[in-house]
Design a protein around this ligand. Structure first.
Ligand SMILES: NC(=O)c1ccc[n+]([C@@H]2O[C@H](COP(=O)([O-])OP(=O)(O)OC[C@H]3O[C@@H](n4cnc5c(N)ncnc54)[C@H](OP(=O)(O)O)[C@@H]3O)[C@@H](O)[C@H]2O)c1
Length: 299
């Protein structure tokens, strides 16, 4: 992609969102994470006024406030949205990401930002496939974007300008906490927080199974455990309180809770949690390597 292609559709007459116009956000590939992002952004308050659009392969209603367009209806849907948006979010599978960037590279407007969510695809790979006046940023949110309680890791491409990074940071800031890390740390971060909701659900399932073993019926066991998780997270919202400080408050010396925690601490749960994350990081590295070799990942 050379600089001769700088003049692309939609570059002229666009009101700058920084000067009060709406920020146009296009989500290409509204699957599980893309839909969650759209739901979170639709319900967000504060920040810039946002116009949302999304593409899918098959026609699919994206709900109120989102302009949905499918490749079945318009095979150039992604190109049109890329030339319309200030921020283009690529929410397709990792193997589909580079082909999509190459497809839209000539359409993306100068001064806009392209954000990839894919595990294993670096910000520099995206940046190198885009014109120099487009800012590439990699973001690694989790599914809690839907509830605006996510944590998103961010890593700008090597040539990304501060203005583009700031807009992307603010966008994900509407959906929860944002943590900036170097590109090479983002796959590791994705296996802590990106996949994090899966670990929490696994723990909830284990606790519920234990409650059933203690004689509670299924529905009661679920209520006991689900509400305990909700309530604990609400307690941790209090300023200055941490999991460690709350734990010492609850598991006081000589208490029954202290004995339960001591039993858990003697188990291999800590070691296995780290091993589980390391296994996930190895898998992400394998996926990334096969994507950069242009081969489908082995299962
Ligand atoms: N899910 C998570 O919790 C999570 C967390 C962090 C990062 N990520 C990353 O986020 C990305 C999306 O993950 P996901 O779980 O949302 O995957 P997903 O549910 O499979 O969503 C991808 C969507 O993109 C559509 N699609 C494929 N090619 C397209 C194209 N050219 N134009 C428009 N739409 C297209 C797919 O349609 P078809 O189904 O018809 O192919 C599908 O609906 C991945 O790169 C993943 O690594 C996900």
């Amino acid at each position: 992609m050379g600089e001769s292609q700088v003049k692309r559709p939609g570059a002229e007459g666009r009101e700058d969102p920084v000067d009060g116009g709406p920020l146009r956000v296009a989500v290409l590939g509204a699957g599980q994470l893309g839909r969650a992002l759209l739901t979170g952004l639709t319900g967000s308050n504060g920040g810039p006024r946002i116009e949302l659009a999304a593409s899918t392969r098959q026609p699919c209603d994206q709900g109120p406030g989102v302009r949905g367009i499918s490749l079945e209806e318009d095979p150039r849907a992604n190109n049109h949205l890329a030339s319309w948006a200030d921020i283009v979010v690529l929410a397709v599978k990792p193997t589909q990401t580079m082909p999509l960037v190459e497809d839209i590279a000539d359409d993306v407007r100068p001064g806009s930002a392209v954000v990839t969510l894919a595990i294993g695809v670096t910000a520099s790979a995206i940046q190198s496939a885009l014109p120099p006046d487009v800012d590439a940023v990699r973001a690694m949110p989790n599914l809690a974007v839907e509830m605006r309680r996510a944590v998103t890791g961010l890593s700008p491409g090597p040539g990304a300008r501060e203005e583009g990074i700031r807009r992307v940071r603010e966008l994900f800031g509407l959906l929860g906490a944002v943590v900036e890390v170097p590109d090479e740390r983002l796959d590791v971060l994705s296996m802590v927080s990106g996949a994090g909701p899966a670990y929490v659900c696994f723990l909830i399932e284990e606790f519920t199974a234990a409650a059933r073993c203690l004689g509670f019926e299924d529905e009661t066991a679920r209520t006991l455990v689900d509400e305990t998780f909700h309530g604990t997270m609400a307690l941790l919202d209090a300023p200055g309180r941490t999991a460690s400080s709350l734990l010492s408050e609850i598991a006081s010396e000589g208490s029954a809770t202290e004995r339960a925690i001591a039993t858990l601490a003697q188990s291999t749960i800590a070691e296995h949690t780290e091993q589980a994350m390391q296994a996930a990081v190895s898998r992400a590295t394998e996926l990334g390597a096969s994507i950069s070799r242009g081969r489908p990942p082995a299962r």
